[in-house]
Design a protein around this ligand. Sequence first.
Ligand SMILES: [Zn+2]
Length: 496
Amino acid sequence: MQLRVLFLLLAFLLSNNTYGQSLKPCNTVNSVHNEWVTRFQQRLPIESFLRSSLTLYFPIKIFISGKLHSQSGTISPEKLMDEICHLNKLFKQANISFYLESQPTILSSSTYEGIETEFELGQLLQSYKSTNAIPVYIVENALDACGFNVIHQGINKGIVISSECYKVKGALLAHEIGHFLGLPHTFQGWEGISFDYTLKAPEHWENVKVERADGSNCRNAGDGFCDTAPDYLNLRWSCSDSSKSPIPLVDPMGKSFYSDGSLIMGYSLDPCPNRFSKEQVMTMRAYADEFFPTLFKGDLPLKISQTLPIVNMPMENSQVNLSNGVTFSWEKVPGTYKYIIEVSPMPNMALITSRYEISPDSLSYMTKQLITGRKYFWRLKSLNLYSFCSTVSKICSFSTVLATPSVDLSTSNNSIIINNPISISEGLSLNFSSEKFPLQLILLNNSGQIIFQKNYTQYVGQTNLSISVSAFPPGQYTLSVRSAQKTQSHSVVIMP
Ligand SMILES: [Zn+2]
C-alpha cells in the first residue's frame, strides 16, 4: 500500500524541546478538504449565528502497542483514561466529546512499536482499521514525528501518535484531532521554513500570505482565522506566564507582536496550549457535519448517570477470614470494558501490592493471595468506554484474620457452596452430595455471631438445600459445616 504522508521538514528544533531528542512535532500540513475550509472561513461571520450548541459525540478507536499499554508502560490503561479525560476537557469549549468505540486494540507485534518506514505504516493501517470511529494509532515512534494525520488518496486514514512525545495532560492528541477536523496550524505557510525570527517577515511564502499584526489580512493570510493571533513559530517553544511567545515577531509591515501559546493548533509546549478559538471551534463542528455526518452522534450511545464505582464487599473496616479467600464485590458500572481491583497496605494506595483485572461481566472477585493478620486498603477502577474522568471508587479497608482453630483447612472445599457471592433473591445453594451425615450448618456474621443454624440428619437431595438469605443484611459471612469427622468453614458474601 503506497501511502502519501504529507511531510513536513523542520529546519531545526528548539533546545528546550521536552519531546524526543530528534522528533519533529507534527507532520500534518493540511486537512484533506483544505479548499472547503478556506471557503468556509469566508462565511464565518454569518455561520456564527447558524451553528447549534448541541454536544457532538465522536467515537474514537484506539490501537496501541502492547508494550506501551502494559501496566508498567508509558500509557497504561489508567493513563489512557486520563488522556481521554483531558482530551474531553480541551474539547469541552467546542461542545465536542469523545468516547471509545470499543476497548483499545492491542498491537501485539513488536513491529508496530516503532514505525520506521511508510511501508510499515501502510501495513499497520491495512491490518488495523476502523470505519466507525476516528482511528488513533499509538506507537513508540512513528516516522520520527510526534504525531500526524495519514492522508491517502484524499481520505484521512487516521491519527498516528508517537509515545515518545506523550505527556499526560498534554495537547498532542487534541492538536492532531484538530487537524482531523479540518484545522490548519496557526502558523500555516511557515511549515518547514528556516527563518531568523528577529527579521521582518516576508509578504508571503509560496502561495500563503503572511498574516499581519494589525489583522488587516487575517481572513486571507496565515491560518485564515481572524480570532487567532498571527503566528510564525514552526518549532516547539515555551510560552511565558501570559501564554505569549518568548520573543516578539516582526510582521511584513515592521510591526512587532507576540504569538499566542494558548492555542492548541500552534507549537507551544505543554502545558501552554489549552484552547481553540471561537472560529476554530465553528470550523471543526461544520467540518464534522460536512464530512463525517455518520460518525458523530448527537448523544452518547449509552447514557451514564453514575460512573463512580460503588463497592460492597469486603465491608469497610471488616475482618475477613482468609481461609476461603477475600471476596470483593461491587455495583455494575455501565460502559465498563474492564474492572481493576487494586490492593495496598497503605491508606493512600501509594504502593499497590496486588492488582486484579476482571472482565466486565463479573461483579465480584475472590482471591486467597493475601496475608493473614494485615490491614489492607483497596479500590475499584472501571475502564470505561464512555466515561474517563471519575472511574475510581473510594478507598476502603479490611483486615485479614486467622482462621478459627476448629477449622480444618486441609479439607476445606469450595464445591460445597454452589453460588458465592449470593444474591438475596436466589438464596444460598449447597451441594452436600459428598458429605457424611449427620451434619450441622452454621452461618456466622462478621462479628462471629451465629445468625442461622440447621441440622441435617441425612442427605436430603440438592434441590432441598437452598437457604433463604433475605433476612440477612448484605455482607461477608462465614459458613461452617460440621460433621462428626470434620469442620469446614467458608467465606461467603451476601449481595444487596
Ligand atoms: Zn500539527
